[in-house]
Design a protein around this ligand. Sequence first.
Ligand code: 15L
Length: 271
Amino acid sequence: MARILLTGAAGDIGTRLRKILKPVYPQLRLSDIKEPADLSADEEFVPAELVRIEDVERAVDGVEGVIHLGGYSVEGPWETILQSNIIGCYNLFEAARRKGVKRIVFASSNHAVGFYPRHHQIGVNVAVRPDSRYGVSKAFGEALGALYANKHGLRVLCIRIGNVGDIPIDKRRLAIWLKPEDLAQLIHIGLQHPDLRFEIFYGSSWNERGWWDNHRAYDYGYRPTGRAEDYREHAMAEQAKLKPDPVGDFFQGGSFCSLEFTGDGGLVWKT
Ligand code: 15L
């Protein structure tokens, strides 16, 4: 795969990936609503509003693979999620099909399954339990990926990203931390592995207290290099500064679960 498009290139993860991926994919094309401030002369940028399919078609034209980070990356009002993550994601897959793109790596999120309790180990075959409108949009993106893989033969990898950063920043992130280089490793598998048709992986480094069974990623050769427990002291010191959050501390999705929470948890607390 030579020509790759990275959407959401101006965001935090996009900015990190631009630097890591450029040596491996010299013809990396970047897209976002606005041009990244530090765009260099050897970087190609195509502006695109995901909600405008003609923009998206222009962005994907001529590429073989897409890394789709674009969209709204936290909980937001329904109208925002609808435009950026539902319509935007549909436009991305549909434009890719029309333009003959071969592979898509979709940045899903742990928030597609955030309402599983932390004491549960879950694989990728459990029913989704979104913890937010944002989480619903990620589950939607995974479903679209399966549709376009099964119906149109695109090869699709959905990565349920935990938390990308230099180090884990609290107790929850000790379980879900993803070192940027490990994310790049997962992306390479999605763009290059000959056997991959449709898969969901968890985007997690080597986290001993993690709650995800990520054996599918390991089957494809993933070997994470980041180890969350190396930063345990720092993360726990940061955790001590946070207020207790009975709902958020119980569920995997953390504060995305407690945000706007008006339920009593019902059955979900017991399972
Ligand atoms: C996500 O999906 C968000 O994009 C990111 O901002 C973090 O909130 C992350 O999840 C997380 O769960 O820590």
